[in-house]
Design a binder for this molecule. Structure first.
Ligand code: NCD
Ligand code: ZN
Length: 346
């Protein structure tokens, strides 16, 4: 196969940051995707409808001329999120969900939720207003091993949320384990999961290959090879509950290559091409379009995009770095050869 044409895909989990950093990255996503769920972990976070509307306007203003890209907004849940905030979000055309960051789980999550029990009325309101709950599914208690955080979160938190709010639509974001794949498979139509390109392509060895590799460090961290295999099976099998969400999370080269480097992988530059590499590894492109362009829209209750995106088999070298204010940005697979290239979108 030398050419792939799919319905214009969507990115169901994306970090764009804010001006002036957003201006350096937004065109990479807009070139390939029709829409993206824009993560709200700015500093300070996107907590209210007014915050989300203002952020959406800044994104639209930063888009290249002629771009048809649509940002889909989500609120950042805190201990103080009110039922009124949720009601307003439910009534807004632009807000599609709310994101749960357990406090301390990841970048800019300090304002996240400290006690899930405090959110019962918020979850109830989200269920009523048909907002999607996007979950960073990692337990944060310091005694939990970093490689077990996702599994423990399922047992301690996700099971309870789903039992108490059975009709709350939940996206288990950036899953990294066989446990999560099995849990989502065993669920119902109210549960789905996003999978990143990097978790389809690397296992935890990549973080330590010949030395410490900060550009392979993200949260949740990559796991063992058998977990990567399970993710690749789930993505490529065409199951409706799994879809693309890059979790592209830019941090400057300086912030990554530091004694305490930031978590996050910048994949937006090559996102669809990376997913194509992964499906090539799986040896089957028959469900590529479902995973990239259909399953997510169906779960979110949005129409599929009307345009198409084409990729051609074409070897090309990913640049070592990209422009970024005050520093530079190292993309995933920097300096390596990819085998698929986006050739045109409409
Ligand atoms: C994300 C970021 O940098 O905002 N980092 C990451 O490693 N994925 C936050 C997140 O999604 O956990
Ligand atoms: Zn993320």
């Amino acid at each position: 196969m030398n050419k792939l044409t799919i319905i214009t895909p969507d990115d169901w989990h994306l970090h764009l940051r804010d001006s002036p950093f957003m201006e350096a990255v937004v065109a990479d996503t807009a070139r390939q995707f029709g829409r993206a769920i824009i993560m709200p972990n700015l500093s300070p976070p996107v907590r209210s409808c007014a915050d989300a509307m203002a952020y959406r306007q800044r994104i639209l203003a930063a888009l290249p001329a002629q771009s048809h890209f649509t940002p889909l907004m989500t609120l950042y849940l805190t201990d103080n999120t009110s039922v009124e905030d949720i009601q307003a979000a439910g009534e807004s055309e632009f807000i599609h969900g709310a994101k749960l960051y357990p406090a301390g789980a990841t970048t800019n999550s300090a304002a996240g939720v400290t006690d899930l029990a405090k959110l019962d009325r918020v979850f109830e309101a989200m269920q009523e207003h048909r907002l999607v709950l996007q979950v960073h599914g990692e337990a944060t208690a310091p005694e939990v091993d970093i490689f077990d955080r996702e599994k423990v979160f399922i047992e301690q938190s996700l099971c309870r949320i789903r039992k108490d709010f059975p009709e709350l639509r939940i996206v288990f974001e950036h899953i990294t384990t066989l446990d999560a794949v099995e849990y989502v498979r065993a669920g119902d139509g109210f549960l789905a999961a996003t999978i990143t390109p990097h978790h389809l392509l690397i296992n935890r060895n990549a973080i330590f290959q010949g030395g410490i590799r900060p550009h392979h460090y993200c949260l949740p961290v990559a796991k063992r090879e058998r977990h990567r295999q399970a993710l690749l099976d789930a993505a490529s099998a065409g199951e409706a509950r799994f879809f693309a969400g890059t979790d592209s999370a830019p941090h400057s080269k300086d912030a990554k290559e530091a004694a305490c480097g930031c978590a996050g992988i910048y994949s937006a530059h090559t996102a669809v091409e990376l997913y194509a590499e992964a499906f090539e590894l799986a040896g089957d492109f028959s469900n590529f379009e479902k995973f990239m362009s259909c399953n997510g829209a169906d779960f979110y209750g949005l129409p599929q995009n009307s345009g198409t995106l084409s990729l051609a088999r074409n070897e090309w070298l990913v640049p070592d770095s990209l422009p970024y204010p005050d520093s530079s940005l190292v993309p995933f697979r920097a300096g390596e050869t990819l085998h698929w290239k986006v050739v045109d979108g409409e």
